[in-house]
Design a protein around this ligand. Sequence first.
Ligand code: 5AD
Ligand code: SF4
Length: 440
Amino acid sequence: MTAPKKLFIRTYGCQMNVYDSERMAESLGGQGYVETQRAEEADMILLNTCHIREKAAEKVYSELGRLKPLKAANPDLKIGVAGCVAQAEGEEIMRRQPAVDLVVGPQSYHRLPEMEQSLREGKKALNTDFPQEDKFEVLKSRPKARRAPSAFLTVQEGCDKFCAFCVVPYTRGAEVSRPVSRILEEARNLTERGVREITLLGQNVNAYHGDGSDGVEQTLAGLIWRLNGIDGLERIRYTTSHPNDMHDDLIAAHAECDKLMPYLHLPVQSGSDRILKRMNRSHTAESYLRLIEKIRAARPDILMSGDFIVGFPEETETDFQATLDLISEVNYGYAYSFKYSSRPGTPAAERAQVDPAEADDRLQRIQALITKQQQEIQADMVGRDLNVLVEKPGREAGQMVGKSEYLHAVHIENSDAAVGDMVRVRIVEAKRNSLSAVSR
Ligand code: 5AD
Ligand code: SF4
């Protein structure tokens, strides 16, 4: 028997890439690869790339430059680029960096085994198609190995919204939903392997409209209700959502579905209607605020999370102030803010850009406000009793670490809980990025 070959995957970007990397590792497992954490000993290195912000492609090229010496040391080493940079750059990657053997776009991962076969035959392999077949079906996980208590599950991919700044509709393609039956099957399989919490993933997850087994399309709420019936599964989350697809049945699920967690990531991007319009967001600041009112009426304790872009082309100080006002009104438990970065091929790339120093200054101001809100919300957790899903031992003796309903990281002191347990705790202290708790 030959020794298994070693696969090293470096994952950039979003949770969907994390999920995809797991699927790629499983798929190449069928070709005799086992994963390693050390690039130096790998027989294949895959960079699973992200193209959403900053000089993504340039960063990938410099990383490839750093990997080149490994190839000189081991001529059998194969180097591959996957993900959204692979989709956007395609063949150009192999032209600019001849050390690259394989380029595979996000819709072609199920083709990896045959691509790997080409590599064995000494050929290079490139696939950035958007094929019709169900890649998830082909990538279905084989092994029955235990899994960590919290897992991602992709239910929807791609986006039809075409926000003026965003590459996702180009790199991930049009919106596609997986059928309900396949998702339930995967969720049951995960639960049998020890998973207690599933986060449903999609670039625009609340636009989910997958085939139900009865031939009727299901909404995300319908899917969540079905998942709610799986024994052993204790928590359901979903991300990322668009305000325009936040329909009443999903809001009602937040009130009524016991396994759906009180946390919602609902990006608004800006608080200025003028900028929202230029972003092609098709909602206003006011309609977003009314939506949140409705969601909070259904689930008063829900913790809101969002994304913001500062320095979008043509953004004035007045527009930026409107964003700060909106943040103050919503009160976010978590929020992520980004400086606008021009993405070639998107409509906003052609427009008058904001002075970079001004954009930096706005980023600092928005982050200061967001941090203050986050910390106040964390501090408000002190004295409360929460449920924590235990994920791993902490750094100190007797300490276990997990997540609360609201997705805060919680350190439980002197705990005898095991990984995968759901424990009732009292929060005793709010630290910078986590909460401390004692068992109840
Ligand atoms: N520049 C800056 N931020 C961006 N995002 C998406 N595209 C860009 C861009 N070109 C942000 C949005 C989105 C998050 C995932 O990344 O806020 O919600
Ligand atoms: Fe990009 Fe999200 Fe807008 Fe779709 S909805 S284009 S993924 S920012």
